[in-house]
Design a protein around this ligand. Structure first.
Ligand code: NAD
Length: 390
């Protein structure tokens, strides 16, 4: 029997294994055909948050673009008698199968990246990948791409929960149901100090620093190590809920961590960067209020201007035009951030999106925006097609 997506409030509760596999294969094919090789390419890449969205694309580009051995870590539900696995489980399985077929070394771990246990197991896996590749156990590329609602601090055992709330003032905005194009009004009270603190604990830079320390303690860093974590900034119209909200505070902390990593490992690693990526529909971003509406307008404008990119195109550009350039220079902004949101943030793109955002209603949403493309991407992230949802 065909599996139907189960969707509640822009959250999809199930997955279609075959569709997930097809989605991973499609990204692999894209990279095999379109990727520019580099002399200074990574030989071993570690990706935390490897099973979906930007992390999955990062792993595919490293493995199938550069032929790097990849160690991937994610936190996914395996299928059981009672329930299906999460999409990431099927994505990882396909990645490993395709890697094996193509003679690419891959080791995948399922565990809580915030825990000491997962860090130790990952370190062992990096050593194993190095032995299999007959190269020294050094991580050339470390991508930190976690998007998580909770984190248990390994030192205190306290579980922190992140929230998506404004800071300082309440927020009122239109929320779009991407499945049927209807709007509702969302009102969110400002976060308490505790909620800001907890969100920073989960999505801030502390754990990235713990990872760097753990990798250093085990001698896995080298002068080639590039460490990158992902962030989003977006247009001012989204700042009340994103950049100036709880999640933005966490991302500010990620930038603090990046700066400290660069100071601490100044002589030891090639460098650490926060990369500002484009807004895209992933399992995590679909739940951020009003961002879905922005993304439907953004997709329409960028597709019309022939500028649209998905996760895989974004990361291909991150690697080939930012991280692994011919002369080794890593172009960054005045805050040392890599910008692959440059096309999204172009003046003409933003102007057109702003006009659309003001004029869009449930009557014209299907013609004025690319809600169909957003819905397709959202369903595809769970292995479904739009026809499955009818
Ligand atoms: P996603 O939901 O598609 O993927 C998140 C990944 O994190 C999954 O592989 C999941 O298994 C893993 N994960 C979550 N908790 C974990 C844990 N405790 N241990 C191990 N793995 C865990 O998310 P995404 O949208 O690709 O986001 C990845 C990063 O990119 C985030 O930092 C996000 O803020 C950033 N980013 C996203 C966008 C966007 O529009 N989607 C834009 C710019 C930056």
């Amino acid at each position: 029997m065909a599996i139907k997506p189960m969707i509640r409030s822009n959250i999809c509760l199930n997955a279609n294994p075959d569709g997930c596999a097809a989605n991973v294969r499609e990204q692999i094919e894209y990279i095999k055909k379109n990727f520019k090789k580099a002399d200074n390419a990574p030989k071993i890449a570690l990706v935390a948050g490897c099973s979906n969205g930007y992390g999955l694309a990062s792993r595919i580009c490293a493995g199938f673009g550069y032929g790097a051995a990849t160690v991937g870590l994610s936190f996914d539900n395996e299928p059981s008698e009672k329930r299906m696995g999460t999409p990431g489980y099927y994505n990882n399985k396909t990645f490993d199968e395709e890697a094996a077929k193509n003679g690419i070394i891959s080791i995948t771990l399922n565990g809580d990246a915030y825990s000491d246990t997962a860090k130790s197991k990952t370190i062992e896996a990096v050593r194993e990948a190095a032995v299999k590749s007959s190269i020294p156990a050094k991580i050339d590329l470390f991508i930190y791409s976690l998007a998580s609602p909770v984190r248990t601090d390994p030192k205190t055992g306290v579980m922190h929960k992140s929230v998506i709330k404004p800071v300082g003032a309440s927020f009122k905005g239109r929320a779009l149901n991407i499945m049927d194009g209807t709007f509702s009004v969302t009102e969110i009270e400002p976060a308490s100090e505790d909620e800001v603190f907890n969100t920073v604990k989960v999505m801030g830079g502390e754990d990235w620093q713990l990872w760097m320390n753990a990798l250093d303690n085990e001698g896995l860093l080298s002068a080639k190590t590039r460490a990158v974590a992902y962030t989003y900034i977006g247009p001012e119209s989204s700042w009340d809920i994103y950049k100036n909200g709880t999640i933005g505070k966490a991302k500010e902390d990620l930038e603090r961590a990046c700066c400290e990593i660069n100071i601490k490992y100044n002589k030891k690693i090639y460098g650490a960067w926060v990369s500002v990526n484009k807004a895209l529909v992933t399992r995590s971003s679909a739940v951020i209020p009003t961002i879905s509406l922005y993304i439907t307008c953004l997709y329409k404008v960028m597709k019309e201007m022939n500028l649209h990119e998905g996760c895989i195109e974004q990361i291909a550009r991150l690697y080939s035009e930012r991280l692994y350039t011919q002369d080794g220079a890593v172009p960054a902004d005045s805050e040392n951030r890599i910008r692959i949101d440059d096309l999204e943030m172009r003046g003409d793109v933003q102007k057109a999106v702003e006009i659309k955002m003001k004029n869009v209603t449930s009557e014209n949403i299907f013609t004025e925006t690319d809600i169909a493309g957003v819905k397709r991407d959202f369903l595809q992230a769970h292995g479904f097609n739009p026809e499955d949802a009818v």
